[in-house]
Design a binder for this molecule. Structure first.
Ligand code: ADP
Ligand code: ASP
Ligand code: MG
Length: 247
């Protein structure tokens, strides 16, 4: 079936806790199904499951005290590759056609150092073809390929940047960020009991929060969102409550 071009595009990003085990992968996949049934074309951006990225870092340190930066990016990029394959399987198991794509396959071009590269451009051809074929593209966050053909990662928390950059490149209606808290709070709700949930926050205020060390959104992703004007909805994977709009 060929889908009409007027169906809105939405990018849905699922963080590590949202894909930490098979139940959570299926529950996250069902969120994609629900939005798709409402008539949206979906690109899902997925992080590595649970704590796998940290475990890979420790694994490397057990071999080389200061791991080689090229090989470290090669290693860390595998975490997201696990997630995209399982997530695409989960979607197919609930009747949604899907294709998993690594960052390079999704056309994500990078520049800058290993472990801290930035997205320099996105060739959206392959993703657009998926959407035309009514397939949900399931893209690995946190990674891309530089001009030398090397796999590079986008800094910790870099799947947020992948999601926002794809939303901007595809002119998505908005970008949903699914995480393990119900939105953006005045402070880390896991550390400060009196932290309050914010229903709406500006790009500048969010950038300040991110730069002050709140890990809920990667700072670079907010700079990218402000540049393109893409609205972001940060919400919880484990509830259906409204989260926080960043716009
Ligand atoms: P994900 O794996 O989904 O990307 P992260 O661990 O990167 O999730 O970010 C979510 C975490 O950010 C929350 O569990 C929370 O402890 C932390 N956090 C820090 N500051 C804030 C804040 N101001 N609002 C919400 N969460 C925050
Ligand atoms: N897996 C990477 C990290 O743990 C990227 C991300 O989760 O956004 O930093
Ligand atoms: Mg994160």
């Amino acid at each position: 079936m060929v889908v009409s071009k007027i169906e809105p595009i939405v990018v849905m990003k699922f963080g590590g806790t949202s894909v930490a085990n098979p139940e959570r992968i299926l529950s996250s996949a069902n969120k994609v199904k629900r939005l798709k049934k409402l008539g949206c074309r979906i690109i899902a951006v997925i992080s590595a499951p649970g704590e796998i990225t940290n475990e890979l870092v420790e694994l490397a340190k057990g071999i080389q005290k200061k791991p080689d930066s090229r090989e470290m990016d090669m290693l860390l990029a595998t975490g997201e590759q696990i997630s995209i394959a399982l997530f695409a399987m989960a979607l197919k198991s609930i009747g949604i056609d899907a294709v998993s794509l690594t960052g390079p396959q999704a056309g994500i071009r990078t520049a800058g150092p290993f472990a801290d590269a930035d997205i320099s451009g996105i060739d959206t051809k392959k993703i657009r073809r998926c959407l035309r074929q009514n397939k949900t593209a399931v893209v690995a966050g946190f990674q891309g390929m530089n001009a030398a053909g090397e796999i590079t990662t986008l800094g910790r928390g870099g799947s947020d940047l992948t999601a926002v950059a794809l939303a901007a490149a595809l002119k998505a209606e908005f970008c949903e960020i699914y995480t393990d808290v119900e939105g953006i709070y005045t402070a880390d709700p896991r550390k400060i009991a009196s932290a309050r949930k914010i229903s709406r926050i500006s790009y500048d205020a969010m950038l300040k929060l991110a730069l002050s060390g709140s890990q809920v959104m990667q700072a670079r992703s907010i700079t990218a969102a402000k540049r393109s004007g893409v609205p972001i909805h940060v919400k919880c994977s484990f509830s259906n409550k409204k989260g926080t709009w960043i716009k």
